[in-house]
Write a protein that binds this ligand. Structure first.
Ligand SMILES: NC(=O)c1ccc[n+]([C@@H]2O[C@H](COP(=O)([O-])OP(=O)(O)OC[C@H]3O[C@@H](n4cnc5c(N)ncnc54)[C@H](OP(=O)(O)O)[C@@H]3O)[C@@H](O)[C@H]2O)c1
Length: 371
């Protein structure tokens, strides 16, 4: 059997041959302006609940090679909040920046130079690679910036397929050559990335050890992750009280790969689980606490600490490859092999969705704005 990295690549290749999304035969509709849009805007960086405002914006012009898209759904991701706060390395220019980075919409109108075989009114499209300004009712971008996706999945999956599921797919293949039967350990397992890791790992015969934080409802969260295919799920406090975490592995092999999106103690416990010469990949910092490693873990275990940033990966020469992977991930959604918890909130209730995403209502599933 091949490694998960090779298996994933082969699956994506097969899909490329199979999908061949057919050119739409619908009549293209050429317009010079989009309808007026309502958008979530910020003029300065700061706490999102203080600096964001919802406002009408002038109808954007549709250039010759542009496409006007009516947005259907867009998530509120942690990195969207970091961009608004001004703590993310790449941010849109101010003032009057429109928030949001990924989402799905329906083609509303085309510029006159856009080939209607490439895109037609009614097609579902996502910005690919993701780009600024998805939290608004209409978006205009050049045709080449849009990727047509299948429309037979719930819109919230098309809206969220890039940032988190693609990160999960890449991290499984890019760092350690895992074979079916191997184990990986991750924290933040209730996140969308975490839920995708569990299911993609299971699809390729890998075992997962999952760490979640202590919070009301953790038992229910644990059951849900088990239903997705998690082998083991522990709360942070369960692990803090155990001297030798490896005694919890049972028959599972020691993990070669650890995935960290939390930092602090939740990262330290991943390193305790890792086998000799294992690798921990950090891709998020939800606790806002630093990653610290003991001297002995470096000297006696020879651990490797790496980092992953999807935006950097997509800015390389991977644009076409990433679209094929997105099609693959949406085919898994369509087949019922990839699912994750989300809560759709109407755009008119933006403030409520934002407060939930900021954790003001306790732990909530991913907030997805529905336009
Ligand atoms: N590097 C990259 O390219 C890349 C790409 C995608 C995502 N990410 C990062 O991956 C992480 C997960 O993103 P997502 O969209 O999948 O997350 P999400 O679905 O929005 O879920 C948020 C996760 O963070 C946990 N969490 C929230 N506050 C926390 C805290 N103070 N301490 C510990 N855990 C906390 C939540 O746990 P509960 O369930 O207990 O509330 C939940 O598991 C984020 O840090 C995001 O920035 C990075």
């Amino acid at each position: 059997m091949g490694s998960p990295g090779r298996l994933l690549t082969a699956a994506v290749r097969r899909l490329r041959l199979r999908v061949g999304i057919k050119p739409s035969t619908a009549m293209a509709r050429y317009l010079s302006t989009c309808p007026p849009a309502r958008a979530v805007i910020y003029d300065q960086h700061g706490p999102p609940d203080q600096v964001l405002r919802v406002a009408d914006v002038a109808p954007p012009e549709i250039g010759d090679r542009d496409v006007c898209v009516r947005m259907l759904a867009a998530p509120i991701n942690p990195s969207d909040l970091n961009r608004i706060e001004g703590v993310y390395p790449v941010r849109p220019p101010l003032p009057a920046a429109v928030a949001g980075y990924e989402g799905v919409g329906q083609v509303h109108a085309l510029g006159p130079a856009v080939d209607s075989d490439y895109l037609s009114p009614g097609d579902w499209v996502i910005p690919s690679p993701p780009s600024f300004g998805t939290w608004q009712t209409y978006v205009v971008k050049p045709a080449a910036a849009w990727h047509r996706v299948r429309s037979d999945v719930p819109p919230q999956y098309a809206a969220t397929v890039t940032v988190n599921p693609l990160t999960a797919l890449r991290m499984l293949g890019d760092f350690v050559n895992l074979s079916p039967g191997d184990t990986l350990v991750q924290n933040g397992a209730t996140s969308i990335v975490g839920q995708c890791i569990i299911q993609l790992a299971k699809l390729h015969g890998l075992h997962t050890i999952n760490i979640i934080r202590d919070r009301p409802g953790w038992e229910e969260a644990k059951d849900k992750l088990k239903q997705l295919g998690a082998d083991e799920v522990f709360t942070q406090s369960q692990l803090d009280s155990i001297k030798n975490v490896k005694s919890l592995l049972g028959a599972l092999p020691e993990p070669a790969l650890g995935l960290n999106c939390v930092g602090g103690n939740a990262a330290s416990v991943i390193m305790k689980f890792l086998r000799q010469s294992g690798t921990m990949v950090t891709y998020g910092g939800m606790s806002k606490k630093p990653v610290t490693i003991s001297t002995s873990s470096f000297i006696f275990k020879d651990l490797s600490l790496r980092g992953f940033w999807l935006q950097k990966w997509m800015n390389s020469d991977k644009a076409e490859e990433s679209r094929t992977m997105i099609d693959y991930l949406l085919s898994l959604v369509h087949e019922g092999k990839l699912k994750y918890e989300m809560e759709l909130t109407p755009f008119s209730d933006f403030r409520l969705a934002l407060d939930k995403a900021l954790g003001k209502h306790g732990s909530r599933p991913k907030q997805v704005l529905s336009f």
